[in-house]
Design a protein around this ligand. Structure first.
Ligand SMILES: [Zn+2]
Length: 349
């Protein structure tokens, strides 16, 4: 059984003008999947924000209280702002600064419980994947580290082996810091080399169980596929995890403004498929993705793969096209939207 977890909080909330995340990212995925006939009501579940107590499995109470106060007052005192990195250019105070990331975290927490109970064997949470967050501080646009909350939940409630795989263009520093030393855990990351946060260099094993594969600027589908085939999949299959958490950030796609990686969505989907095909209980998360057109199409395609559809050949029905045509992208790439960004899910072959 496969389920899509989301919430209407992602409709209309944003990081504020000028921020790279001030773009529509989650609701277009939901609306495209519905328009394509891929998301009947029975497969979608809305979740509320996580409580402070739920977030405490990873974050400090002082940090959570700072987020709550920042949401309530739309401001934070200087001492806590500095300590928790809240109210910076990267991590701005915005109206839903607690509720929005807490909702993404609740989805990852719920997903972990579904995988443990076996109610669902694959769960999609495109609002998740905020892999830079630290227990006591925001980091790199991430206020709550929802992958960490899923991993903690899986780790503490079972005695099973867990694999975390991250194909976002950026290295998951917040996750590696806190899980790479644990028994029953293995971490893999493919990311762009020498890109912020500049951790995860070749040979970096973190606390012992991290495997990092930085790719040079310009790396393409063939490079991604080679890393998967020769390095990650053999190690992963040898490890034989009981659960997989896959952070499927879409910022490695060629037309994303925040990385120099050049994957097409064919290569990206093939990577996701390689993990889905293992038939191991899996939570698939979103992550980075700063071009709303490429991100919405990539993640709608991920859901398609999870339910047995083939996004590699999927044309947009008129209602999906309308969703894409309505997207606002305040970046030079958004000035002249090419036809292929609104007419089909797949990139050129
Ligand atoms: Zn990223």
């Amino acid at each position: 059984m496969t389920v899509f977890l989301g919430s209407d909080i992602f409709r209309g909330s944003g990081y504020g003008s000028g921020h790279p995340l001030n773009i529509p990212r989650i609701w277009p995925v939901i609306d495209i999947c519905r328009a394509q006939g891929w998301l009947p009501d029975k497969d979608f579940e809305a979740v509320p924000p996580a409580t402070a107590e739920e977030l405490e499995c990873f974050h400090t109470r002082a940090y959570i209280d700072a987020l709550l106060d920042a949401e309530k007052n739309q401001a934070l005192d200087e001492i806590r702002s500095k300590r928790h990195k809240i109210g910076t250019h990267s991590n701005p105070i915005y109206p839903e600064i607690y509720r929005r990331p807490a909702t993404a975290a609740k989805a990852s927490l719920t997903a972990a419980h579904y995988l443990i109970s076996g109610i669902h064997t694959s769960v999609f949470n495109p609002s998740g994947g905020t892999h830079h967050g630290f227990p006591d501080a925001a980091n790199g646009f991430c206020f709550v580290n929802d992958p960490a909350i899923a991993l903690t939940t899986l780790y503490k409630n079972t005695s099973k082996k867990i694999a975390y795989i991250d194909i976002d263009a950026h290295h998951p520093d917040g996750v590696q810091d806190h899980f790479s030393h644990l028994k029953r855990m293995i971490l893999f990351s493919i990311h762009e080399e020498d890109r912020w946060p500049r951790t995860g260099r070749k040979g970096d094993i973190g606390g012992g169980n991290a495997h990092n594969y930085p790719l040079p600027r310009g790396a393409n589908d063939a490079d991604l596929n080679e890393t998967l085939t020769h390095n990650i999949l053999p190690r992963l299959m040898d490890y034989a995890p009981d659960f997989i958490v896959l952070q499927a950030g879409a910022d490695g796609l060629e037309e994303d403004p925040q990385s120099g990686l050049c994957y097409s969505n064919h290569g990206y989907w093939s990577a996701v498929s390689a993990f889905l095909d293992l038939k191991i209980p899996i939570l698939v998360l979103g992550g980075g993705g700063y071009n709303p057109f490429t991100t919405a199409r990539a993640w709608a395609g991920v859901w398609g793969l999870m339910i047995g559809q083939n996004p590699h050949t999927t044309e947009c029905v008129p209602a999906s096209r309308s969703v894409l045509e309505s997207l606002h992208f305040p970046h030079r790439l958004g000035k002249n939207v090419p036809e292929r960004w609104v007419s089909r899910l797949y990139d050129r072959q």
